[in-house]
Design a protein around this ligand. Structure first.
Ligand code: PEP
Ligand code: MG
Length: 886
């Protein structure tokens, strides 16, 4: 018989897969003697068996739950449904990976018309008992019976107003009794059944509902975003209730052992007196900062801070802790590793290493490389005088500008049309997640730093402001007011999530700087990693940025970008339009000094680090005007100015454009095929490179050029182009009297090149895998069209696990990379290998590159820090190290 149910004292932290994160931690905390209300966990295996059993609880599982329940009853001395001493429980989901707010929770289960009387007597607090009962009906009806909370909220509001009250605490026991009757009628009306009064029935219905919530829409979206597998299932935690709403000596709160926004080592959180957990998370009342608890309840505060320290040193990580105080007694309801911003993740990792809590390798593994993106983005320029419209809580750092929208669906819609939006809501709920994903930033008028919006935004690295109560949001009119100022739907605002400020209009932003801790972490990464990181850079500015971000060289300099400059395009067009070789050489002679200047700038910026320069790659028509537009111009000119020279020029251009037109330009006359047909183009480029090398050498500076031939499919192509480069180098050597040190290699971006890599390696000093084209040609998907046409659907419907243009397809394209490396090194063991497709800046692909034995990855300068960290993590995870790796 499979054991599906575990009492809290039967589990521990290593059992996350079976008990979910929450269940494993509750068990662990119980075992280390913390004041955790007792309970039991129904395992994730039980969830899967529920799905296997046509969404029904088997008799075996039912029996185990009832047995655990009776253990819980004897431990607490209370009994479910006993009017004289009722046991009330919470029922919560708890997946293996934390999915905050994505699945369902039910509190106060066990309440009915009889137990509420018992509760009132026992606690001597009828108001509390009836308030708890109505909360339970509302929550249970929403989660289990599918009756929208809105009906209950509306009814409550009407009743409250009719009685002349403004806030819930003014409601008396009798008032709540009346509300309860009204609530039950709502349930009867919407479900055509009476509210279930039998606590055991309530319990099983609730367990079913939690299992079902594993597959609700928001949980599915969250899993997709966070790459959490669907088959894991959720555990269910049944825990005896403690009450934070028993009066002024009770309360509830959430705290982080370190600041989750900045990483600062101080207790950070908030609480509400006389409230239940959902009041804090739902953001309906704005809570007090945790430090105020010291004044309100000094003994509890001391016990709580001691517990926080104990938990942090036990789990060796920053903790996010939920607690409740019931009549002066502290209970810990939950602990988990706290979600944090990138900035906080780095500071916490570095400081914990410095405090001797963790080692460097652990510190490096603690920061998700993807998160670093947040820190490498722009923030508001401090020299700009800010005209603040309103200020809320700085819930998630970073700045953003966008159009105001009030609805998550609209945010998603507009974002898909390329509009930058900021989602403004009174508060957000997990149902808004798709709108949050699509928005630049989130603003709420209610709720604290641990409200849903804040937690989710921080996790995603989006700027967020919460609890900005100066904002009077009118959802019907689609506008908000701050004093006299009205901000309408789709007006532009700028927000600063680091200060909580909201400003009208667009505000100048500046480039980011790396913090001292960030630099320390990257330095550790560099010490540990066995994989080089280079940058893709096409001009001296990008090369400088690359150096600043710690690149070890340039892995790809796309020379065509130098051709695109407005001043150069006329010469490029002249070169393309040339009818004779002499004409073409004349045009090229204008381009040569321009290219040379660029190369000098790049070489100088790179201070002797290797620079891989790729010769011209795109089809030539990319430098000419669009065929359709040209046709329109020519037609107009034929009518209006039939004898003009402009018409003659445009007609000549059109003729050339038609000549160059191809059905499949990406499979057409591009890459080395250009150099093969027009060697004078590659010849000019090689000459420009060697003149630049000579100029740098003459300045006494170091220079390390690597010349790369693109799109090679047959060794003969490379042989000819390599010879051209060597001949050009000799020519310039003779002219300058210098001797150059350089290498000539190729991109591997056509399957045939990977398959014949042993032959190709005869002619190559290095291989650089161009995985953009290699993905295109391996899958046969156009890299320009696939994403807009069918790829999105493929990913949504899981035909493909990922977008192969973003995350390297290890099973297919990756095999070609492996083959290319192995065959290439068979011919030439010293062959240098790297990757310069977009995948070079993506963490999973970086790990693959490490495992495949590449020497380096190359990515955009802004992703270099990410790649340095990912390279270190790949090294730590895959190297057979004697040190323990966490
Ligand atoms: C590639 O194909 O992966 C590559 C880096 O070259 P480009 O993107 O310029 O075609
Ligand atoms: Mg390419």
């Amino acid at each position: 018989m499979t054991k599906f149910v575990y009492l809290f004292n039967e589990g521990n932290t290593t059992m996350k897969e079976l008990l979910g994160g929450k269940g494993a931690n509750l068990a662990e905390m119980t075992n280390i003697g913390l004041p955790v209300p007792f309970g039991f966990t129904i395992s994730t295996e039980a969830c899967n068996s529920y799905y296997d059993n046509n969404k029904a609880i088997s008799s075996e599982l039912r029996e185990q739950i009832l047995r655990a329940l009776s253990e819980l009853e004897s431990k607490t001395g209370k009994k479910l449904g006993d009017p004289s001493n009722p046991l009330l429980v919470s029922v919560r989901s708890g997946a293996v990976f934390s999915m905050p707010g994505m699945m369902d929770t039910i509190l106060n289960l066990g309440m009915n018309a009889e137990t509420v009387v018992g509760m009132a007597k026992l606690t001597n607090n009828a108001r509390f008992a009836y308030d708890s009962y109505r909360r339970f009906i509302q929550m249970f009806s929403d989660v289990v019976l599918g009756v929208d909370t809105f009906y209950f909220e509306q009814y409550l509001e009407e009743t409250r107003e009719a009685k002349g009250y403004t806030h819930d605490p003014e409601m008396k026991a009798e008032d709540w009794m009346e509300v309860i009757e009204g609530y039950k009628k709502i349930v009867q009306k919407h479900t055509k059944q009476a509210f279930p009064e039998d606590p055991e029935e309530q319990l099983f219905l609730a367990v079913n509902a939690v299992f079902d919530s594993w597959n609700n829409q928001r949980a599915k979206v969250y899993r997709r975003l966070n790459r959490i597998p669907d088959h894991l299932g959720t555990a269910v935690n049944i825990q005896s209730m403690v009450f934070g709403n028993m009066g002024e000596d009770s309360g509830t709160g959430v705290a982080f052992t370190r600041n989750p926004s900045t990483g600062e080592h101080i207790l950070y959180g908030e609480y509400l007196i006389n409230a239940q957990g959902e009041d804090v998370v739902a953001g309906i009342r704005t809570p007090e900062p945790i430090q105020a608890l010291e004044k309100d309840m000094p003994a509890v505060f001391k016990q709580f801070t001691d517990t926080c320290k104990k938990l942090e040193s036990h789990y060796l990580d920053m903790q996010d802790i939920e607690f409740t105080v019931e009549r002066g007694k502290l209970y810990i309801l939950q602990t988990r590793n706290g979600k944090r911003t990138a900035q906080a993740a780095i500071r916490i990792a570095v400081e914990m290493e410095e405090e001797g809590i963790i080692d460097k390798q652990t510190a490096l593994l603690r920061v998700d490389p993807e998160q670093l993106d947040q820190l490498l983005h722009r923030r508001i320029d401090d020299t700009h005088v800010r005209k603040q419209l309103a200020k809320g809580l700085p819930a998630s750092p970073g700045a953003a500008t966008g159009e105001v929208v009030f609805d998550a669906d609209e945010a998603e819609q507009l974002a898909s049309e390329g509009v930058k939006v900021i989602l403004v809501r009174p508060e957000t709920t997990p149902d808004d997640i798709h709108g949050i994903v699509a928005s630049q930033a989130i603003v709420t008028s209610r709720g604290g730093m641990t409200s849903h919006a804040a937690v989710v935004a921080r996790g995603m690295g989006k700027a967020c402001i919460c609890g900005c109560d100066a904002l009077k949001i009118d959802l019907k009119e689609k506008q908000f007011k701050v004093g006299e100022v009205i901000v309408k739907h789709r007006e532009i605002i700028t927000i600063d999530g680091s200060t909580g400020e909201i400003m009208l209009g667009e505000i100048p932003m500046i480039e980011p700087e790396l913090s001292a801790e960030f630099k320390t972490l990257l330095q550790w990464a560099d010490e540990l990693r066995d994989l080089g990181v280079r940058a893709n850079a096409d001009n001296p500015e990008d090369a400088k940025k690359a150096m600043e971000f710690g690149a070890g060289g340039i892995g790809l300099c796309r020379t065509e970008h130098m051709f695109m400059d407005a001043k150069r395009v006329p010469f490029v067009q002249r070169m393309i339009l040339a009818e004779t070789l002499t004409e073409r050489e004349e045009a090229l002679s204008h381009l040569l000094p321009m290219q040379q200047e660029d190369f000098e700038g790049i070489f100088e910026a790179m201070e002797g680090h290797p620079v891989t320069i790729r010769l011209l790659d795109p089809p030539l028509h990319e430098f000419l005007p669009d065929k359709e537009e040209l046709l329109v111009d020519v037609t107009k000119l034929q009518i209006l100015h039939p004898d003009s020279t402009e018409l003659a020029e445009k007609e000549a251009l059109l003729k050339k454009v038609r000549q160059l037109d191809e059905f499949n330009p990406m499979l057409g006359h591009r890459g080395c095929r250009l150099g093969m047909i027009h060697p004078e183009i590659y010849g000019m480029q090689a000459k420009a490179i060697f003149y630049a090398v000579a100029a740098i050498m003459n300045k006494g500076l170091p220079v390390k050029p690597e010349i790369m031939i693109p799109l090679v499919g047959h060794v003969n192509e490379l042989r000819q182009m390599r010879q051209l480069v060597i001949d050009t180098a000799k020519e310039v050597e003779q002219e300058t009297g210098l001797t150059f040190t350089y290498t000539v290699g190729t991109m591997i971006e056509i399957p045939r090149a990977a398959i014949t890599a042993d032959e190709i390696a005869e002619e190559a000093d290095f291989f650089s895998f161009g995985t953009n084209d290699l993905t295109q040609t391996t899958f046969g998907y156009s890299r320009d069209d696939a994403e807009g046409k069918f790829l999105q659907t493929y990913i949504e419907e899981k035909v493909l696990p990922e977008n192969p243009f973003a995350v390297l397809d290890q099973g297919g394209v990756g095999k070609l990379v492996e083959m290319g490396v192995q065959l290439g090194r068979k011919t030439k063991p010293e062959l240098k290998t790297g990757i310069c497709g977009e995948h070079g800046g993506e963490k999973f692909s970086i790990e693959f590159c490490y495992k495949t034995g590449l020497d380096y990855v190359s990515c955009s300068p802004y992703r270099v820090p990410l790649a340095r960290l990912a390279a270190a993590q790949a090294t730590i995870r895959n190297k057979k190290s004697k040190e323990p790796v966490y």
